[in-house]
Design a protein around this ligand. Structure first.
Ligand SMILES: [Zn+2]
Length: 91
């Protein structure tokens, strides 16, 4: 059994089937990304300070900068506060 879920150009294909008493459980194989591979992905992707700040969960801008420096990410732009940032701080 194979289950394919597709939206636009992206498709997830569940083809690993583990039999159970009544039916089966479908799964997909995920290939873990090593630190080196992740760095290559980041190197080809322009990171903006505001976007990185949001992805890190609205951490302090100093933490965002230090995280980028630690991983060697080239981050452009200046941090800017937004409504979602204020909501995150209020929680
Ligand atoms: Zn924020």
């Amino acid at each position: 059994m194979v289950l394919k879920v597709q939206k636009g150009n992206l498709a997830l294909i569940f083809k690993n089937c583990m039999e159970t008493q009544n039916r089966c459980i479908l799964g997909l194989e995920l290939v873990p990304m090593t630190g080196h591979t992740a760095q290559m992905v980041v190197a080809t992707y322009e990171l903006k300070m505001t976007g990185l700040h949001k992805r890190l969960g609205h951490v302090l801008h100093d933490i965002t900068t230090k995280t980028a420096k630690f991983y060697g990410w080239n981050v452009t732009g200046m941090p800017e506060d937004s409504e979602s940032c204020e909501l995150a701080k209020a929680q």
